[in-house]
Ligand binder design. Sequence first.
Ligand SMILES: *Cc1c(COP(=O)(O)O)cnc(C)c1O
Length: 614
Amino acid sequence: MEDYGISYWSSNDFFIDEGVVKINSGSKPALIKIVKDAREKGYKGPLLLRFPHLIAKQVDKLFYSFEKSMQEYKYEGKFHAVFPLKVNQMPHFVLPLMESSTHKSYGLEAGSKSELIVAMAYTNKNAPITVNGFKDKEMIHLGFIAANMGHSITLTIEGLNELETIIAVAKEMGKPYPNIGLRIRLHSTGTGVWAKSGGINSKFGLTSTELLEAISLLEKSKLLHKFTMIHFHIGSQISDISPLKKAIREVGNIYAELRKMGAKNLTSVNIGGGLAVEYTQHQGNYNCNYTLSEFSGDVVFSLKEIAKNKKEKEPDIFIESGRFISANHAVLVAPVLELFSQEYDEKALKLKEKNPPLIAEMLDLYQTVSEKNAIEYLHDSLDHMESLLTLFDLGYIDLQDRSNTEVLVHLIIKKVIKLLKHKNHNEIIRIQEQVQERYLLNCSFFQSLPDYWGLGQNFPVMPLDRLNKKPTRSASLWDITCDSDGEIAFDSTKPLYLHDVDVTKEEYFLGFFLVGAYQEVLGMRHNLFTHPTEFSVVLNDKGYEIVNLLEAQNVLDVLDDLDYDTKEIERRLKHRIDDSALLDEDRKKEILGQLYIMMSENGYLRTIRHGEKE
Ligand SMILES: *Cc1c(COP(=O)(O)O)cnc(C)c1O
């Protein structure tokens, strides 16, 4: 039975039972049940489900692992963490995140003024705020305001000019000052697509020479006592732990050296983010070669060793992992609108009294194909199809013949797959590559999986039910944008098999998992598809509750966001109808009413073929 690699990627957040995906918490409800409930309430199109208990689970895991490593090595520094807001700024993620960590030293990291405002409003009392990224005078000013509110805030300096600005603002504003962090430009680098954040050519951080200059600037302006943290970030999704270990040794030694130079309040090392998430659905294809406990153990052990060797205090450890904390909390559910080959059923076959010989032969293949000759007949029919298409190009057969060819070849493929579905030999797998089914999904990959489009990032995907039936179709997935990049093509090295479902009669839903990091704000409104309808699912022992529902934007709201004057749009459309010579007064009213309804709904598809409502 196909389990879609759930044991590799789900960390027991989800499991398969009785043929459906269930949530491994509380009363363990099935995802499909929650989806159907929401659809009954009228929320059609794609849905984004958030699970607050999974947010809390990740925070707990992170703290547990580091605290355990610290106990194990009798480490004397403390553990703190911040969530980098750029990974997910949505209120229905950030608020539960802060709620689930009230008793921990867990705060927020901001990289822009807007993010800093969120951090200042929502970081728990006494929890840390860190500020990274490029900063102008206003942003630094904002940091001073946060310090005045009583926040424990650290401004991490990316370049000497920022330090000069801090010194200037400190003169203007006076005390209390925020803490100052310095970002180190490492000579060791990260790995993978996101490696640009670390390394000597990285966009961020101070070289050794600049570090020395920074210390002397701080000393001169009597701010050295506010210098408390050094920081690095080698990039997102660290797949291999060895570059991280190297970076820790580098930064640990810099920490010790700076303390020896007189930076006595330098007590923290911030190791940035980058903890990887396992996205793979296929054995041997892993994204990550370490466990969380190995990661925390390595960090704690390395820093302890360096402190011991250099006879310095063991630093507090800050971590800024975002992907690890947020990825698993959100699931995108997309209804399947259509299987491409569905139109090729027997009803579509319009055979003539007299058919071209090859078509007659294909019909015979279709009628007589059996388990024994299935592969051979399939090959023959694919050959015949090629020949018939050539005959059409040369003008020897007509459009009806060509249509019959297409229908017959699809009928044969389906019959062969059905006949052989209990077998598993290579030949079938090879054939599956040639004869894929295209599944049309009611969602936009540009809006909901932008990292797939931009970086080729794969997200685990699986049907929400029928998991006790063998999926027989090799699948490529198509979204409803009219962009040919909105396709997740079948990849024989990482094959996806789905069920052959007649979606005109039954519903079929695919879930994309681990979409809670980076995807939402990065998502774009290509073709003006808005964000999906989203809600949070709060589980309890009896069932679940749907909260924080945010509906997909309607057509007019989307246009309003682009700065169209929607009142003007409504006026213009009304005039056009009023002026139409084709309509009488009653018809005008009717059509105007229909138009208003459509503009007040979201732009995802509602009607599928044969007039059913999605
Ligand atoms: C993006 C970023 C992070 C978060 O990285 P993840 O891979 O999501 O953990 C942490 N720190 C800094 C400075 C960043 O820019």
